[in-house]
Design a protein around this ligand. Structure first.
Ligand SMILES: [Zn+2]
Length: 146
């Protein structure tokens, strides 16, 4: 289970495994009162030159493993939500992708956004609005999976 926490990627990058992660108060699966540290998982993020170590916790009661992730990023995406959103807005508003960015990756974001919109939004809406609506529903608007 992924748990999004309000942390700065830059701080985690600089402090490495010494970063003071805040232990979850209880297990989100079974509400057990305590979860234990369960090592780290390395992740790659755009804009950082090496692996960033993200903390894991495990519940001794139900075995649920919690992976903490910065709220600034969607699950399984290396670019921040802000980067993805502003690239898409640029494309939607100007018809072009931002200069100096990876176009094939961005085309996937747009393609997936259209698919997510069709799958989850039953009413007619603009792409920009759809992005925010899907985020508010807790979804990843540019994900290829449903
Ligand atoms: Zn549990």
């Amino acid at each position: 289970m992924i748990r999004f926490v309000d942390v700065l990627l830059k701080d985690i990058f600089e402090m490495g495994r010494d970063f003071p992660w805040k232990r979850p108060d209880r297990c989100p699966c079974c509400s057990n009162w305590k979860v234990w540290g369960h090592g780290f998982v390395g992740a790659i993020f755009n804009g950082f030159s090496s692996i960033i170590w993200l903390k894991r916790y495990r519940c001794p009661a139900c075995g649920c493993v919690l992976r903490l992730r910065p709220v600034s990023h969607f699950s399984r995406f290396q670019s921040s939500k802000h980067t993805i959103r502003s690239a898409l807005m640029h494309r939607i508003n100007t018809g072009k992708w931002p200069k100096g960015s990876c176009k094939s990756r961005q085309r996937h974001w747009l393609y997936n956004l259209k698919r997510q919109m069709k799958a989850y939004l039953s009413w007619q809406t603009g792409l920009a609005e759809a992005f925010d609506l899907l985020v508010n529903q807790g979804k990843t608007p540019v994900s290829s999976s449903f």
